[in-house]
Ligand binder design. Sequence first.
Ligand SMILES: C[S@@+](CC[C@H](N)C(=O)[O-])C[C@H]1O[C@@H](n2cnc3c(N)ncnc32)[C@H](O)[C@@H]1O
Length: 392
Amino acid sequence: MAESIALPPLSGQQAALSDQLVQILIEAIHANGPMRFSEYMHRCLYEPQLGYYVNGLDKLGSDGDFITAPELSDDFAHGMARQSAEILSAIGGGDLLEFGGGTGRLAVDLLLELERLGVMPDHYYLLDVSGELRQRQQQLIAGQLPQHLVSRVHWVNGFVEDFRGVAVANELFDAFPVEQFCIEQGAARVVSVDFQDGRFQTTLRDDESVSAYVAALQAEIGQPFAEGFRSEYCPLMRGWWQSLAESMTCGAILVCDYGSERRSYYSPRRGSGSLRCFFRHTVNANPLIYQGVQDITANVDFTALAEAAVAAGLELEGFTTMSDFLLSLGALDQLQKKVDGLDEHERFRVTGKFKQLMLPEEMGERFLVAGFSKGVQPALTGFSGSDMSRLL
Ligand SMILES: C[S@@+](CC[C@H](N)C(=O)[O-])C[C@H]1O[C@@H](n2cnc3c(N)ncnc32)[C@H](O)[C@@H]1O
């Protein structure tokens, strides 16, 4: 949740980190020419030691730049736990694998709830590209879980071979670098980042892979994009799902993120795309500033995601809003139990967070959940209330 207001200034430490990254970007552009936007975004987010997700500055939570569902309220983890328990029971047990674990909050709350439900995964694997966040996860997990649960948690550097169980990915795909394109004189051109006259600026170039992707999009949507239309797509999607599906023998994956199905993603109303930047709970549309200290993110095209998953051999189990997913899994009953016996002040605080998570105009309908499976027929109660799969 962020407001569009003037950007807060950088601290000395932030400015120093950003300056170093800027120098590296300028040198790369001088050496190789304008940089495709996807590479620029990747380096702003993941450049070793300096990128946004690896440089050690606070990002998630009230002291950071944005707040995520598991950071906001354990109601999210509790719903995920109930869905995971159902799948684990259906397949006779297995492991959990979390992609992009952030601070480790979801891992802590999920494991505690799974224990309460009496359905423990054999292992809880965490896979995160950020070494710095991995350390934060280790600290939180060691500090907040009893030893018998800590011992189930393992950090991995890649997909888990012969994985059997439930994988979860909350706000993973919005952190994947995107390619940006713009329609100029009727043709799709790739947005690239150049450094000229002492400042970063974007330029448009021809690119075969981008033209082919956009041509396929327009053919599917049934009409050409208007002059000046600008949007994004994620080039990593297919490869990621292929690797996941190959590593999984049996189980399911639950994906939660902001975004939409394709028609709405590329609707003429969204003619400037969804790329945006977060810094200290403010939002702006300029990725060419505050390199390494502001988050750069884009909405997820859930149709592209589902196509990639299905092409890789997974089955689509359902697609719904986060609020419907959690409600189907009993979120209201759980809330009632949670607030029973609380004093008025605490009750107000707990229900306030629940509302922020669930109300449509807050996170409830801006976040969507998609489920995919392999080799099992799990009953996914999370999609029993409403399933919008046909929209994909
Ligand atoms: C927006 S944060 C979300 C964190 C957490 N899931 C939450 O909801 O609070 C994105 C997370 O994904 C991680 N990440 C980005 N790309 C990744 C990848 N390819 N594989 C694993 N983790 C990745 C980042 O380091 C970060 O922890």
